[in-house]
Design a protein. Sequence first.
Length: 364
Amino acid sequence: MKIDNHFWKNKKVLITGHTGFKGGWLTVILHMLNCKISGLALNPKGKNNFFNATKIKRIFKNDLRHNIADIKFLKKSIKKIKPEIIFHLAAQSSVIESFKNPKDTIVTNTIGTSNILEASRHSKSLKCLIIITTDKVYQNYGKQKHFDENSKLGGDDIYSGSKAACEILVNSYKKSFFRNSNCRIATVRAGNCFGGGDWTDDRIVKDALESFYNNKSLVLRMPEATRPWQYVMEPLFGYIQLAQKLCSKNGSKYASSYNFGPSVKQNLKVLNLAKMIKKRMGSKSKIIIKRKFKKIKNKKIKIFESKYLSINSNKVFKILSWAPFLSIETAVDLAIDWYKAFKNRDNLFEITKDQIKKYLSKLK
């Protein structure tokens, strides 16, 4: 399925979580499609972040900084912006952080999503709402299974549980309030996304890039853990194609849940991914295996992390004709190029646009 430039021109789009990594990349893509973009999020985290590094603040028609836990502000904002499409990405996205602040994770992820749903059902302008959850919504026993959309939901950590709860809430809201609505809702679950501008704590690709670039050793806690790695652009373009379908004449039949993961052939162990990054950067740094507990509030708490995670995206392949095509080697090279551009103080907005343009040219 191709991107319909005419469909997106001047489309009013609201992105929650626009100051985050994936929200930032989505912003640049929609900007290149000539959308009228508004954003609602907290301030970007950390000294380094995609939002500030690419200087995308100027893109937004409305750049709102507020907590989505505030339902009154959310309703007021949606009424003012009058979005036709909402991409809901605002979230606390770290498993480890959810052990440190479980309540905040639930409030942001679960209550925040319920607020988006509640505010959306009163909107007269909204045609499509896409809620981004995670590949971790499935009950994972660590076995080599490829989860599809019919797999059992679960979550043995607060982050995963909060996102699985979102999936249940969305289904409940759809059946309770959106049966006869003009707004179509879908949830989407990507794999382990990485790419330029992701400075989130405890991200293996970010840690590897920084270590190998600075000739420092990389420490791995779970080298044998296998994950569905993918470059950030791939699922985002899938979400955009899904939005086109949801807004079509027969859009209601696309209002469902979808996996937007990489080919199962691209699943790699953490250690193998780290070795690949090291080789492609030409680094001589050491990779050290050091299995250890994370200290949380001066206590050693064992953080549950599944040894194996993989998702089956056959449903979206068939329905949208969407398929990832970037090899893991190409994805790693793109991340390396972006990071080196950052260190060289290049124009990161243009670097990001260039990667998107090249991807689009292959997509067509």
